[in-house]
Design a protein around this ligand. Structure first.
Ligand code: NAI
Length: 367
């Protein structure tokens, strides 16, 4: 245990993780966990989630899963980063103060770039901007040298992933006339709905927020269904774009889709749920592959030349090819697409394929 000013850093012993730190600062009420899963290919990069977890164990469970997912996401997106994630145990609507974010920024700074934070649920690009007042090790702020809100790129990558899934199944990428059921109309889900509608898809939506559903109905002719009805909708594609852990035995049995392709992190409750989807003949686009657009976009701002929108857009588009490659591996080996994606990611990590050659440049902190 190490104490730095008013902070307490407690190293949690978690096997297979490089470093997991519980960080507290009683003065400002900070209770956070930073989980660094693997830095074989570069510094650990991953968002900061601010959520009122009921227990510290629940927060740890979430951050560990998210952090491991970032390792695979980074490896397959060829971002030149490793996997990490952080959570702040707090209600973002009531406890998210400037003091709290600054204290978290100081904690991130003390790791000297081993972990780079970004936005996530409960933590907006404005909030990461506040964190960046205490540390350069931040991406995705609204600073002119930064890459801004990653949601558009996540939606674009998800759209490309849907096209790859259709190509794999039908040798035709067109979404025209296809029905897509979207769970969650947040920053990513709503943009995805717009892209699909403009390309001629029929949209079904659900969200806990009735106003968002009304917006989708008015602008994208979406059919609105109740929260639990989304699973049983006859559709071509089911796009989970809200919370994780929604694919499990109680939901999979209701699914009537041919493809699952959405942006939510950790969609599978357990890895074995991927086998259940495989047996049911549903093509599952592994979440950490299809939702890498946001990561690709923020990683772009750390290259020597600085952020370039066009490069971020083109690199995100490669999600299409990566998914086709994973589908082919899965088919040839008779394994689930989830397992195929993890095997490919581990291969890249073991052989250091895509390891960062030049250190990241934090342009926003230089001006
Ligand atoms: P968001 O917080 O903007 O949107 C989430 C939406 O889901 C909200 O509209 C909320 O009302 C709705 N929702 C909550 N519970 C629901 C439920 N039970 N059923 C249906 N809808 C529900 O989040 P955002 O940024 O759109 O992200 C969505 C998912 O994608 C999250 O899992 C996030 O971790 C993941 N993701 C987001 C990235 C990004 O660039 N924003 C990048 C990679 C992953």
């Amino acid at each position: 245990m190490k104490t730095l000013q008013e902070f307490t850093f407690t190293k949690l012993d978690v096997s297979d993780y490089e470093e997991v730190l519980l960080i507290t600062n009683e003065k400002v009420g900070l209770r956070a966990i930073i989980a660094i899963h693997d830095t074989s290919l570069g510094s650990a990069l991953g968002g900061t989630r601010i959520y009122p977890y009921a227990t510290q164990e629940a927060a740890l469970f979430d951050v560990l899963r998210l952090s491991e997912g970032m390792t695979y996401k980074s490896a397959l997106a060829e971002s030149g980063f490793g996997g990490g994630k952080s959570v702040i145990i707090a209600d973002p609507n009531k406890q998210k103060t400037q003091e709290l974010l600054h204290a978290f920024g100081e904690a991130v700074d003390s790791l000297q770039g081993k972990y780079i934070c970004a936005e996530d649920m409960g933590c907006s690009p404005e909030d990461v901007g506040t964190i960046s007042e205490k540390t350069p090790y931040v991406v995705g702020t609204l600073h002119p040298k930064s890459s801004g809100n990653p949601s558009y790129y996540t939606a674009w990558g998800t759209y490309c992933g849907i096209k790859a899934s259709l190509q794999h199944l039908y040798k035709n990428t067109s979404v025209k006339g296809k029905t897509v059921a979207i769970q969650g109309l947040g920053s990513v889900g709503m943009k995805l709905a717009e892209m699909l509608f403009q390309a001629g898809a029929k949209i079904i939506v659900t969200d806990t927020d009735p106003e968002k559903m009304k917006y989708a109905r008015a602008h994208y002719s979406a059919k609105i269904v109740a929260l639990n009805e989304i699973y049983s909708q006859p559709c071509d594609i089911f796009a989970p774009c809200a919370m994780g852990g929604i694919l499990h035995c109680k939901t999979i049995k209701h699914l009537k889709c041919k493809v699952i392709a959405g942006c939510a992190n950790n969609q599978l409750l357990r890895s074995e749920d991927a086998d259940a989807l495989h047996k049911k003949g549903i093509l599952y686009a592994p979440d950490f592959v299809i939702n890498a657009g946001g990561l690709i976009n923020v990683a772009e701002e750390l290259c020597k030349e600085g952020y370039n929108k066009k490069n971020a857009f083109e690199k995100t588009q490669k999600i299409y090819d990566r998914l086709l490659q994973i589908y082919e591996i899965a088919d040839k080996s008779g394994i689930s697409t989830h397992e195929a994606a993890i095997s490919l990611a581990r291969f890249r990590i073991n052989y250091k394929i895509g390891k960062r050659k030049e250190p990241p440049v934090f342009h926003h902190a230089l001006s």
